[in-house]
Write a new protein. Structure first.
Length: 221
C-alpha cells in the first residue's frame, strides 16, 4: 500500500470548503520538482471518489488501476515501469502550507522512481505487508525529510514538520524492529538507506518555519 498518510484528519468542518486540488496542479508540482517525473509517473488523475478514502490521501496504481488500496490495482515494480498517480480533490486540507503540498507530491515521486529502480536503493520484499510498507514508507519519508532539511519545499508549519518526523520514525522503528527480530546483521545493508531519525530531526530544525498555525479545531493525527 502506497498510502501517504495512515492517520487522517477527521475534522471535516472548515476543510470541506477549502480549495480543491486538480491533476494539473499536481503535475505542475511534479514538473517543478523533477523535470524527469514522466519517466516514472505516466499520469495523474482523480480516484473514483472526490473525497479521499480514510487512511489514504494519494497513491500509485498500475496503468488503468483505480484504487491504490486494492492489490490488483497496485503499482508495478521493475526497471523502467511507469505507474499512475491517483489523487483526490480533498487530499490537502486548506491549512496546509505550499511546502507541504510539494513535500507530499515529492513523496509520491520517490515511490514511483524507487519502484522503477530509478534509485540505487533495493526494492526489497519481506513477505509481510506491514514490513514491506514500513520499509518503503521509511525510505520515502527519509527522502522528503532530507529535502525538507535542505529547504527544497519552502517553509513548513511546525505541525507539519513534526508530522514528517513522526511518520519517518514510525516506519523506521517498525522496519528496524523487523530486522532485529529476523537478522540483525542485515541492518548493515538496509541502514545505509535509513538515517537515524534524531539526526534528521536535528537537521530539519535549522530550516525555516512557516507562520501558518495548525487548525484550531483538530490535530493532524
Ligand atoms: Zn508513501
Amino acid at each position: 500500500m502506497f498510502c501517504l498518510a495512515a492517520a487522517v484528519c477527521l475534522c471535516r468542518g472548515a476543510g470541506a470548503a477549502g480549495p480543491e486540488v486538480t491533476p494539473a496542479q499536481v503535475e505542475a508540482m511534479l514538473a517543478s520538482l523533477h523535470p524527469d517525473y514522466a519517466l516514472y509517473i505516466s499520469g495523474v488523475r482523480y480516484g473514483a471518489t472526490r473525497l479521499h478514502p480514510a487512511a489514504l490521501y494519494a497513491g500509485l496504481v498500475r496503468a488503468g488501476g483505480r484504487d491504490p488500496r486494492m492489490p490488483e490495482d497496485g503499482p508495478r515494480t521493475g526497471r523502467g515501469v511507469r505507474n499512475e498517480l491517483v489523487i483526490y480533490a480533498d487530499m490537502f486540507e486548506p491549512w496546509r502550507t505550499p511546502g507541504w503540498r510539494l513535500l507530499v507530491t515529492d513523496h509520491e515521486y520517490f515511490h514511483a522512481r524507487h519502484l522503477a529502480r530509478g534509485f540505487d536503493i533495493p526494492v526489497a520484499g519481506f513477505d509481510q505487508m506491514k514490513t514491506d510498507t514500513d520499509y518503503r514508507e521509511a525510505l520515502a519519508w527519509a527522502w522528503v525529510a532530507r529535502r525538507e532539511a535542505d529547504n527544497v519545499y519552502g517553509p513548513l508549519s511546525a505541525a507539519e514538520r513534526a508530522e514528517v518526523a513522526a511518520r519517518y520514525r514510525e516506519h523506521y522503528d517498525g522496519f528496524l524492529a523487523f530486522v532485529n527480530r529476523r537478522q540483525p546483521s542485515a541492518w548493515a545493508h538496509y541502514g545505509r538507506f535509513l538515517p537515524d531519525p534524531d539526526s534528521l530531526v536535528r537537521r530539519a530544525a535549522a530550516a525555516p518555519i512557516a507562520e501558518t498555525p495548525p487548525p484550531a479545531d483538530g490535530a493532524t493525527r
